[in-house]
Design a protein around this ligand. Sequence first.
Ligand SMILES: *[C@@H]1O[C@H](CO)[C@@H](O)[C@H](O)[C@H]1NC(C)=O
Ligand SMILES: *[C@@H]1O[C@H](CO)[C@@H](O)[C@H](O)[C@H]1NC(C)=O
Ligand SMILES: *[C@@H]1O[C@H](CO)[C@@H](O)[C@H](O)[C@H]1NC(C)=O
Ligand SMILES: *[C@@H]1O[C@H](CO)[C@@H](O)[C@H](O)[C@H]1NC(C)=O
Ligand SMILES: *[C@@H]1O[C@H](CO)[C@@H](O)[C@H](O)[C@H]1NC(C)=O
Ligand SMILES: *[C@@H]1O[C@H](CO)[C@@H](O)[C@H](O)[C@H]1NC(C)=O
Ligand SMILES: *[C@@H]1O[C@H](CO)[C@@H](O)[C@H](O)[C@H]1NC(C)=O
Ligand SMILES: *[C@@H]1O[C@H](CO)[C@@H](O)[C@H](O)[C@H]1NC(C)=O
Ligand SMILES: *[C@@H]1O[C@H](CO)[C@@H](O)[C@H](O)[C@H]1NC(C)=O
Ligand SMILES: *[C@@H]1O[C@H](CO)[C@@H](O)[C@H](O)[C@H]1NC(C)=O
Ligand SMILES: *[C@@H]1O[C@H](CO)[C@@H](O)[C@H](O)[C@H]1NC(C)=O
Ligand SMILES: *[C@@H]1O[C@H](CO)[C@@H](O)[C@H](O)[C@H]1NC(C)=O
Length: 824
Amino acid sequence: MIPSQSCYFFSVVTLYFFFLVSFLPYTLASPTFRYCRHDQRDALLEFKHEFPVNESNPIPYDASLSSWNKSIDCCSWEGVTCHAKSGEVISLNLSHVPLNNSVKPNSGLFKLQHLHNLTLSNCSLYGDIPSSLGNLFRLTLLDLSYNYFVGQVPPSIGNLSHLTILDLWDNKLVGQLPASIGNLTQLEYMILSHNKFNGNIPFTFANLTKLFVISLYNNSFETLPLDMSGFQNLDYFNVGANSFSGTLPKSLFTIPSLRWVSFEGNMFKGPIEFRNMSSSSTTRLQYLNLVELDLSFNNLNGSFPAFLLTIPTLQWVNLEGNQLKGPVDFGNMSSSSSLKFLNLARNEFNGSIPESVSQYHNLEELHLSFNNFIGTIPRSLSKLAKLEYFCLEDNNMVGEVPSWLWRLTMVTLSNNSFNSFEESSGVLDIETQVQWLDLSSNSFQGPFPHWICKLRSLEILIMSNNRFNGSIPPCLSNATVSLTDLLLRNNSFSGTLPDIFVNATKLLSLDVSRNHLDGLLPKSLIHCKAMQLLNVRSNKIKDKFPSWLGSLPSLHVLILRSNEFYGTLYQPPASIGFQSLRVIDISHNDLTGTLPSFYFSSWREMSRLTGEDGNFRLSDVPYMGKVLNATAFFVDSMEIVNKGVETEFKRINEDNKIINFAGNRFSGNIPESIGLLEELRHLNLSSNVFSGNIPQSLANLTKLEALDLSQNQLSGQIPQELGSLSFMSTMNFSYNFLEGPVPKGTQFQRQNCSSFMENPKLNGLEEICRETRVPSPTPQESKDLSETEEQVINWIAAGIAYGPGVFCGLVIGHIFLSHKHEWW
Ligand SMILES: *[C@@H]1O[C@H](CO)[C@@H](O)[C@H](O)[C@H]1NC(C)=O
Ligand SMILES: *[C@@H]1O[C@H](CO)[C@@H](O)[C@H](O)[C@H]1NC(C)=O
Ligand SMILES: *[C@@H]1O[C@H](CO)[C@@H](O)[C@H](O)[C@H]1NC(C)=O
Ligand SMILES: *[C@@H]1O[C@H](CO)[C@@H](O)[C@H](O)[C@H]1NC(C)=O
Ligand SMILES: *[C@@H]1O[C@H](CO)[C@@H](O)[C@H](O)[C@H]1NC(C)=O
Ligand SMILES: *[C@@H]1O[C@H](CO)[C@@H](O)[C@H](O)[C@H]1NC(C)=O
Ligand SMILES: *[C@@H]1O[C@H](CO)[C@@H](O)[C@H](O)[C@H]1NC(C)=O
Ligand SMILES: *[C@@H]1O[C@H](CO)[C@@H](O)[C@H](O)[C@H]1NC(C)=O
Ligand SMILES: *[C@@H]1O[C@H](CO)[C@@H](O)[C@H](O)[C@H]1NC(C)=O
Ligand SMILES: *[C@@H]1O[C@H](CO)[C@@H](O)[C@H](O)[C@H]1NC(C)=O
Ligand SMILES: *[C@@H]1O[C@H](CO)[C@@H](O)[C@H](O)[C@H]1NC(C)=O
Ligand SMILES: *[C@@H]1O[C@H](CO)[C@@H](O)[C@H](O)[C@H]1NC(C)=O
């Protein structure tokens, strides 16, 4: 018996070994056995065949479902998992397989009644979610995220009473949630973000007491259940970007497990209260474990909720964009604070910034912009060794700016009344960090502060709208190496702009407009290969037209208006360049000469739509702490078309392509090639000595909104084709030698009579001039008139988007999601 026994033993081992080897790959891939029930297989195949299949020309999904083949065991098909013993399909995961169809009510899918997990994320599914979903009553996980499902969630979802995860993120679902959702008492994750749900949250919701994560972000929900105290497991609660109103649900803030909460972007009103505060001391909040709280952009009012900051676990608090009032009193922390981020911007806080702010010794970001804070920057702030971002713009702060601030990363002080800088004793010899420094619109005066030259990390320097005077110092050349934006507009700087740009290869925008600069434009600007915006408006620069700037590959905005530039735009055989221009304003200088008829043919950017590509989207903004390393940038607000009073535009629309040559001495014909600039919106050639006919090619500029050719020596007829330019709301042909009939188009007939006056041979004006019998204005009056009629427009230099104020705030809502799980 022993030999046979050993033989038997041997054979078992061999067999076992054989199994191991032959099933090894499969065993590693999936923990199931090679055993598939035929009814399950047939249901799967039925499901497969509901989607477009062409065996001889497999589209991508077919390639990934090619393993779904009768001659292979169905438990090893891609995305399929079977129960180890019964062979029932318990999990189907087809995420990212582009099924590209609707799910039929009688789909084979609903025969897979043993499914526990169903993941059809990003499958390009559309149409309604069929009611037959209720058949899959064993489901614990249902993930239909990233599809195009429409309609309402079927009430039969209440049948899925074992569901623990429901993820419908990013579909187009509408309407109210069915009351039957209250049946899903095992639910832990409910992710309904990025749909179009509206109405009330059904009261049955309160029964979902196991919920750990609730995200309703970006829908149109209107009311929350009153009592939320039952969610004793809740960790993450995000109802941001909905239409909720009423007061904050106090009951929510009795839940000890709750850590992340966002009410951002709704219409919640009333004071911030967590419970009946009158009967509870602040210490009663010690049991809360909140980490992040976002109440920004609501209509909350009342006073500063100091009690909030006593929650020891709290790291991140955003109250931006509410109507909170009165002084900020931090009180005294009894224990150590975890607070890293505090945003109080855009409220109505007043009083001084209390010295007690220094107790939040972990603070990294402090946003106080757009309030009514008064007084000076408190000395104790310097004790916050981790502080990196300090935003204080648009308050009523005064006095001296302390020099310790230069060790931070971002300091924005614009729109206050600061008037001086602390003597920088020694601070600048240690490492200075400051990358973003905004001193604009304060009461600073006197010479350019030389210590700024020593800020080696400076990327954005804004000193606009102060009373700085004297020259711009050459020592700034060291700082230009890292600078992306240098904005000095509207001061009293004088002398020549120094030749300091040899190494300014990162510079994107330079604005020295509205100063008293004279002399020449520095030739070293030619090294600013990244330059997108150059504005020297309203100085006394006396130089030849800088045609050499035409070689800068990204120059989008060039403003030389109101200086003493002279000479011609173009000297053959040089190339014309300026291929990226979107806005050029060289008006009110001394420029002369004729332009060859092909002159505009190289201005390619003006002839095309600025694609989405170059756009700055908020969603691209990375976590605030890294924003300065990103490509995001901004330029100072600036004006180009205005109503007499200078109006500043913070947001600029990329597609406003503008040419303003007015008030020079250009002569000869208007170049025919103007007709190539098909995206042009505003064209002003007034007050020059252009002669000859108005080129017919102007009729090509179908997006033109404003055209001013007044006060030239143009003759011949106004091309009748211009009558078809349907967006043209403002035009002026006055003071020329035009003749013949005014075009018939409605835009022409709507004009004021003065737009055509002083063209003795022009006819067909009876209609236009009948209503508005104003006395003929003088040329000067006519000019003023045309300026006031100019539409006020928002416009932009490329790729920009937000001034720092807005930036300091807006970005923040984003953070809430960005550093946590993406699928919320
Ligand atoms: C399947 O693909 C082949 C090859 O491209 C094509 O000739 C055939 O018409 C397609 N069949 C269907 C039903 O689309
Ligand atoms: C199924 O798989 C077998 C073996 O891999 C193969 O010969 C057959 O062509 C496949 N059938 C289909 C329809 O793809
Ligand atoms: C589904 O499959 C995808 C990719 O194949 C995988 O990333 C994901 O984790 C799976 N999901 C589940 C719930 O198994
Ligand atoms: C969706 O699937 C496609 C492939 O079909 C993939 O390229 C894309 O990144 C996926 N999208 C998401 C959000 O996962
Ligand atoms: C999805 O189907 C539609 C028609 O039903 C078709 O036009 C489209 O090209 C398909 N998309 C893919 C990615 O197959
Ligand atoms: C089903 O999903 C749950 C939750 O993600 C997971 O823990 C479990 O392993 C999945 N089961 C199968 C069979 O994929
Ligand atoms: C609900 O589930 C039960 C089994 O629990 C099943 O018999 C019934 O058909 C399902 N109802 C719907 C509407 O899907
Ligand atoms: C709720 O679940 C039970 C089973 O747990 C089921 O019988 C009932 O039909 C469900 N209700 C709804 C409205 O789906
Ligand atoms: C909620 O649960 C309670 C007790 O479990 C039950 O009596 C009640 O009917 C449920 N309500 C809803 C709307 O499902
Ligand atoms: C510029 O930096 C160099 C060293 O990098 C230093 O020697 C020089 O003094 C600096 N110039 C000014 C004007 O600060
Ligand atoms: C420009 O940079 C080079 C190399 O870094 C350096 O040698 C030179 O001194 C710099 N020039 C100016 C004007 O800063
Ligand atoms: C008018 O526009 C077309 C393109 O739409 C262009 O081919 C043509 O040259 C333009 N005409 C003139 C006169 O600029």
